[in-house]
Each structure stands twice: as C-alpha cells, then as structure tokens.
Design a protein around this ligand. Structure first.
Ligand SMILES: *[C@@H]1O[C@H](CO)[C@@H](O)[C@H](O)[C@H]1NC(C)=O
Ligand SMILES: *[C@@H]1O[C@H](CO)[C@@H](O)[C@H](O)[C@H]1NC(C)=O
Ligand SMILES: *[C@@H]1O[C@H](CO)[C@@H](O)[C@H](O)[C@H]1NC(C)=O
Ligand SMILES: *[C@@H]1O[C@H](CO)[C@@H](O)[C@H](O)[C@H]1NC(C)=O
Ligand SMILES: *[C@@H]1O[C@H](CO)[C@@H](O)[C@H](O)[C@H]1NC(C)=O
Ligand SMILES: *[C@@H]1O[C@H](CO)[C@@H](O)[C@H](O)[C@H]1NC(C)=O
Length: 422
C-alpha cells in the first residue's frame, strides 16, 4: 500500500541525500535538521513576509514548510489565492526546494473554509475540486497540499456551509485526488481539530482509518484551546488536561492523540501542531493572582474568570479586529507571538521573566503563564520549557513530528530548537 510504503521511505531516508525530481513523494528525506522527528515543519504566513522574509526561515532545521493560505470559493472549480500570494508562492516553493524542504500549500484555514462542504458535496463538484487542486499543484510545482478544513461536519467561523456527510464526502474526495497521476505523488495532509472528524450526528467519528490510507499525515492543531469566561482562561496549548479542573478540560495533546489513534489514525501519521504564540486576557489582580507566594513571588491562578469580548490588541502582528468574513464584528485577537512577548516586555530576550511580571508554570498543561498587574494582562503561552516537553512527547509517543504556527513567531529559534531536541 502506498502510504505505509511512503512512511517506510520517510523512515529509511533519514541520511539520504536530498534530490528533487518528478516524483518528490518518493523522496521524503530529512533536511539537515537537528530534530529526530521525521517531520519538522511550520507554516509560513504569506501576509507576514515584509517582517519575516523567506531568507529568515531556518530552512536547515525543517523538513516541510506549509504556505498559508489558499481559500475555498463558492465554485468547486476555483481555489482562490490573493494576488500577493500568487507573486510570493513561486519564490516560497523555489526557496524551499533549494534548501531541501518540502513545499506545501494549505487550503482553508479559519476564514477560508466556508465552501469545503459544497466543493466535496457531489460527484460532479468533487471532480471539479480535484482538478482545481491538481491545477494549483502543477502551476506552482508544489510538493504537497494541506487541507485545513475547520471543520468537516461542524461549524467553524459561523458561516461555513456544513453538511452531515462532510466527513465521508471529504474521504471520497481525497480518494479521487489520490487516484490522479498528480495526486499520487503529493504529500497530502490535513490540519485537524483536537477531536476526530465528526460523524453524521456531529459526534467525533470512531471510524477514520481510511483517512490514513489517503493522507500521509494529519496535523492536530493543539492550540487556541477553548476556554469560557466562567471556566477560566486556562492554557493555550495544554499537553494534558486530565489533571485540569473538571469544567476546564477542552482537549490537549495527550487526549487528542489518544482520540485520533482510537479513531484509526496511527501515531506515526500524526504531527503535533504547536504554537509560537500566546493568548492574552484582561483580568484584574484579584482573579489573576492566587494569593499564594513562592519565594516571595506571587503565583498565578490557572483558570481565572474573565469577561467575554474584552480583549486588547496583542503584539504588532495582532489584528485590531473588525468585521469577519461572515459579516460579524470581532475584537482584537489578543495574540502575542513569542518574539512579541519579548518586544512588549513580558519576557527578557533570554526567556527569563522581567521585573514587574508575575509568572507561573502549570504542571498539568505543562505550559507557562505571565501576568502584568499594571496592565491587567494575563497570558497563556509556550516557551522553551513547554516546547522541550512537547518535543519529548512527540518522541516518546512515536508521532511523526511537529508543525509550528508560525515559523515567523519564534525568536532566534528558541522554540524550534527546544522542540527539535529529541
Ligand atoms: C548541517 O548544517 C550544519 C550547520 O547548519 C553544517 O555545519 C553541517 O555540515 C550540515 N550537515 C550536513 C550533513 O549537511
Ligand atoms: C455543488 O456546487 C454548486 C456550486 O457550483 C453548489 O451550488 C452545490 O450546492 C454543490 N452541491 C452540493 C451537493 O454540495
Ligand atoms: C521571583 O521571580 C523572578 C523572575 O522569575 C526571579 O528572578 C526571582 O529570583 C524570584 N524571586 C525569588 C525570591 O525567588
Ligand atoms: C460576545 O461576542 C459573541 C460573538 O462574537 C456574541 O455572540 C456575544 O453576544 C458577545 N457577548 C457580549 C457580552 O457582548
Ligand atoms: C502538580 O503539582 C502539585 C503540587 O505540587 C501536585 O500535587 C500534583 O500532583 C502535580 N500534578 C502533576 C500532573 O504533576
Ligand atoms: C526519539 O529520540 C531518539 C534520540 O533522542 C531517537 O533515536 C529516536 O529515533 C526518536 N524516536 C522517534 C519515534 O522519533
């Protein structure tokens, strides 16, 4: 079977020289990476290129890089790329190729998933969508395609078309794509929610093993973990949540790997998605501080209540908010990249905690927290320590590797080198 054969090649090719030819999938080779992971990857967000140009990517430490995003449209025959992306994508692919890194394009994303459902909704539409994908692959000489459908059978941003048969239609589409001459050679992956794709009732499906035969791997997006004002802020990217308060268990690396493997995707076809950023919340000291102190430093509450829709802009890459693709008003994201935390004075350049910032490390989620009492900003994020722990988890669990959102969020490869250490 092709897919296990592909994985054998991945595993066998660790020390082989890198070449590119008309069958790039036959040569899943590790780049000159310091990581033991088969797949060391990240997303490259085209809209950040002015701040984070292609030559700043640490190509030698990656095996795969995914360009974000092309988006679905009402027409299954049309996958849309903004004109700036049409300019940049060829340079991205050429640079990745030159550095021995697989170049993929991600289709979808949070705002780009509105029309996946109709695109795979009928035989005719699937065929048109397959052609649209293979045309893109040929036009841009892509090594791979990632489907970032948020989410099959479940609403995402609020105005996606959703159909109870999305998951099975998606599978049928992927089989058709794989059966084309272009599709056979592709690195095909899906970026997925922490819960397995929904069945016809909207519940996580227990029977997804056929996806492992058509996809090379799935990437679990273990970040932006849900929280509610009453359940409290909580971690952005928990390794574990079985030890969290019972009302605050919204998914974790451990629980989602367990759910997806139970649903039929082998661990060695699972990539752990990890964030080079944190989420902030506006929280008063009475809620943010636990009232206890360790060695004279205040410890933080781990699930402080917060007020809905009261976010402040994070770093300079964060959006101001506005009207989303559904026409609904949205506030600022409150997101800080890892370098943004340093820029904004929440962390020192060496990752230590500056004067005036409270910090803590949650031994359940295995992630750190920061608090600025003056600004009343509380941040759940990831650092070298939590990335080292996640890298160890990838290794001991036998996962295929990691994928970091996004390559440009790191600072001097602190996070990348930490997760690559195993
Ligand atoms: C890997 O990269 C390092 C530095 O980036 C270099 O010194 C080393 O020679 C490279 N090894 C191989 C096998 O290419
Ligand atoms: C097929 O695509 C058309 C748009 O071209 C859409 O109107 C229709 O709903 C789709 N069919 C299904 C079954 O999703
Ligand atoms: C308090 O925390 C800061 C920052 O982590 C650290 O530098 C300092 O040593 C701590 N103080 C004590 C008394 O442990
Ligand atoms: C917060 O925003 C959500 C959607 O963005 C909306 O449904 C909700 O009503 C808002 N809540 C308040 C308190 O404004
Ligand atoms: C976390 O630390 C607390 C207190 O030290 C301990 O009781 C608890 O068992 C630890 N939990 C984990 C998951 O390590
Ligand atoms: C885990 O890391 C060790 C080296 O630290 C490596 O030899 C081994 O292949 C890795 N295992 C997996 C499944 O990646």
């Amino acid at each position: 079977m092709r897919f296990s054969a592909t994985l054998v090649l991945i595993l066998a090719a660790a020390s082989a020289a890198k070449t590119h030819n008309s069958h790039p999938h036959r040569h899943h080779r590790r780049a000159n990476s310091t990581s033991h992971s088969v797949i060391s990857s990240a997303w490259f967000a085209g809209w950040h290129v002015a701040d984070f140009p292609l030559d700043q990517v640490s190509w030698s430490k990656y095996t795969h890089m995914t360009y974000a995003f092309a988006i679905t449209t009402p027409k299954p025959s049309v996958i849309s790329l903004e004109s700036s992306d049409q300019q940049l994508l060829p340079q991205f692919v050429a640079t990745a190729r030159k550095r021995g890194v697989k170049a993929s394009l991600s289709i979808g994303g949070w705002t780009g998933s509105r029309y996946f459902s109709p695109s795979v909704g009928s035989t005719q539409n699937r065929t048109a969508f397959v052609t649209a994908v293979t045309d893109l692959v040929q036009q841009y000489s892509l090594d791979g395609i990632e489907f970032d459908w948020e989410y099959p059978g479940l609403q995402g941003i609020g105005c996606n078309v959703v159909n109870p048969d999305d998951t099975s239609n998606f599978l049928t589409f992927l089989k058709e794509l794989r059966s084309t001459s272009t599709g056979q050679g592709l690195v095909l992956s899906a970026a997925v929610y922490t819960k397995p794709f929904a069945d016809t009732t909207g519940q996580p499906s227990a029977k997804l093993s056929e996806f492992s035969q058509v996809l090379d791997y799935i990437t679990i997006m273990n970040y932006d973990t849900k929280s509610t004002p009453s359940s409290g802020a909580g971690p952005d990217a928990p390794l574990d949540d079985s030890c969290a308060p019972s009302g605050s268990q919204f998914g974790s690396a451990k629980s989602s790997v367990s759910a997806w493997t139970s649903a039929g995707i082998p661990a060695n076809q699972i990539v752990l998605g990890v964030p080079a950023y944190g989420h902030s919340f506006v929280i008063p000291p009475s809620a943010a501080l636990s009232g206890q102190s360790t060695n004279g430093n205040e410890t933080l509450s781990l699930y402080p209540a917060y007020t809905a829709n009261n976010t402040r802009k994070g770093d300079r890459w964060d959006g101001d908010g506005g009207i989303d693709v559904c026409g609904n008003p949205v506030g600022p994201g409150g997101v800080y990249t890892y370098w943004g935390l340093i820029d904004e004075g929440y962390l020192n350049a060496d990752g230590t905690i500056p004067e005036g910032i409270d910090s803590d490390f949650d031994n359940c989620s295995q992630t750190p927290f920061l608090y600025n009492q003056n600004k009343q900003i509380y941040i759940s994020y990831d650092n070298a320590e939590s990335f080292t722990i996640k890298g160890n988890f990838v290794n001991v669990t036998g996962l295929a590797g990691f994928a970091m959102w996004e390559a440009g969020g790191d600072y001097k490869d602190v996070l990348l080198d930490s997760i690559s250490a195993f």
